[in-house]
Design a protein. Structure first.
Length: 229
């Protein structure tokens, strides 16, 4: 019995420590609004983004470059290459299905599907019952979940917090029981082009930063890039 109690005590202490490392979601800022969320469809023109990336967690660090090929409504392929010409990997995202063949590096880098889509400006979080929205200047913030007349800071279970800069998706947070577990932000430059994407898993102490170096449109993509090889 004592051994069982000691084990339960260790689990409880670990849960408290993990919760303490995770920031609390603050009350939703801004003035209440009934505004509709802006559309976040992907461009129908095939587009290629090239980028540099860095990744860090408690036991591993890496960096390199890569490219993402994207076409609406819901297709993207991401290629990551390690610095100095070392091995790389890729992922294929079609709708809600993410395929990551080959080495485990890319699996380690990537956020879950809703936040991966958010990195490309597409809102694809699971359907929720309630929405609360507020505006602050040109920023629209919204909480989605089972909110019971409150916002994500006081919601039970999972909720999503969104921020739009004008009509552009700028940030998505996954909130669990009032704690921000992970988030993704998108920063745009002076010409309104995407320049930086940051993903942080607060509880897992993981961080991926992507600096966009070039964006171009192309005539089309070979169908082979969507097939698992």
């Amino acid at each position: 019995m004592k051994r069982w109690i000691d084990s339960c005590t260790r689990v409880a202490v670990l849960a408290v420590l993990l919760a303490g490392c995770t920031p609390a979601a603050r009350p939703l800022a801004g003035a209440p609004t009934a505004a509709v969320l802006p559309p976040t469809t992907l461009p129908s023109t095939p587009t290629v983004l090239r980028f540099n990336w860095t990744y860090k967690d408690e036991t591993f660090e890496a960096n390199g470059d890569g490219a993402v090929r994207v076409i609406g409504p819901d297709r993207a392929r991401l290629d990551f290459f390690l610095r100095n010409g070392m091995a790389g990997g890729y992922a294929i995202l079609i709708g809600d299905t993410l395929t990551v063949p080959g080495i485990d590096l890319v699996k380690r880098l990537l956020p879950p599907v809703p936040l991966l889509w958010a990195s490309l400006g597409r809102l694809a979080v699971p359907a929720t019952r309630d929405t609360v929205a507020r505006t602050d200047g040109d920023t629209l913030r919204a909480d989605l979940g089972v909110l019971r007349g409150q916002d994500a800071s006081a919601a039970d279970g999972r909720a999503w917090r969104l921020a739009f800069a004008g009509t552009r998706l700028a940030r998505v947070e996954r909130v669990e029981d009032g704690k921000v577990i992970e988030w993704l932000s998108r920063t745009r430059g002076a010409n309104n082009s995407l320049v930086l994407v940051e993903y942080v898993h607060e509880r897992g102490k993981r961080r991926l930063s992507i600096a966009v170096t070039d964006s171009s449109t192309v005539e089309g993509f070979d169908d082979a890039i969507w097939r698992r090889q």
